[in-house]
Design a protein around this ligand. Sequence first.
Ligand code: GLN
Length: 430
Amino acid sequence: MAGLVQRYLDRIWREHAGCDDGQLADYIPELADVDPDGFGLALSSSDGFIYETGDAAVQFTIQSISKPFTYALALEMVGPEVVDASIGVEPSGEAFNEISVDPLSKTPKNPMINAGAIAAVALIPASSPEERFALIRDWYSAFAGRQLELDEQVYASEKATGSRNRAIGYMLQSFGVLDDDPDAVLDVYYRQCSLRVTATDLAKMGATLARGGVNPQTGRRVSNAAVVKRTLAVMVTCGMYDGAGDWVSAVGMPAKSGVGGGIVAVLPGQLGIGVYSPRLDAKGNSVRGVRVCRSLSEQLGLHFLTVARDSRATLRAVYDPEPGIRVYEAHGDLLFSGAEQVIRVADRERDAFQVAILDVSRIDDIDDAARALLSGMAEELRSDGKSGFVVDPDRSVIRADSALDASRFASVADAVDAARLWLDAARRGR
Ligand code: GLN
């Protein structure tokens, strides 16, 4: 049954697989050299369950997706007052590599453009570039739940071709934003951009942000919740460069892209998404990455203004009224991630029951994505030689004209009666 969600992702992946719009980044040979058709998608639930499709295990360099994470580390280590004195939080409307500062404050406009990202590196307290890079690498690795490796070739090329970033570094020094030697700061910036990740790593890093700083797989608190909130806020307004307004209205997930072809997107409280597809649009965002995020948001109802409430408390009770019959009682708002949780739990426990009864009589709200997943659950159970009934007095899940209408009951007692008859018939049939 967990296959239901997998099939959704596979379908969305297939919808975009044929698209070859956009160009590989070519400012360094290593980025121009990758397979342009590489395309991976991964999703991590807020409890750390991973779905992957396509080239989710292919490694690529994190590039600008590093920016929110270094910003978070700076917030964590030196606090918001010190960070705010050096880096603003206003969308710039400029290219990521613009050589600019805010005209009034003379500080970088935000941490998602290169100027702000380089300033953020300089805020990490350390006595050497090596120590600073080690702090950054360990920090990202804790979000990903594995030790990330440096791509030495990309690092060497970034360093050799970094005139524009050097211009930014020296400009920041002239305005007093950088106290340290700009070249030493830039060296760490090039290294952080050259760390290798997969779409799955990005999904896990996103899920850690979604969980307010706790990595759902390792269970470790990586960052404090206030830091995560500020980081996500800046990702909402500045994460996708000057496409922020369009991104927030169409996708509605805090996100960050990188010229290596990656995008991380976060649905707070619910999930993390990682996409890899290296052909970029004119702004430097992955073309298919942006489209996949749009489709996921539309088809699965993942806009953060839709999903304002936390759905982790979805499964309120699970009990067996009789042997072989298990009731799953859902509460609250049942949206994609809540439905995903329900079918995953039922799937994990499938050997423990013959009939599953899903009680949705106490849910407040349900959307189309959740409705489709839950109706699919009944079919999956049937094809597995089991049965599924739904307690759905208000027809939240099962419509009058649906083929599943016969599986719908007004109360748990009625559903248990029907389940008992079904079990008797099944036993006689054997
Ligand atoms: N290393 C690149 C740079 O600093 C990262 C840019 C990006 O991913 N947008 O130019």
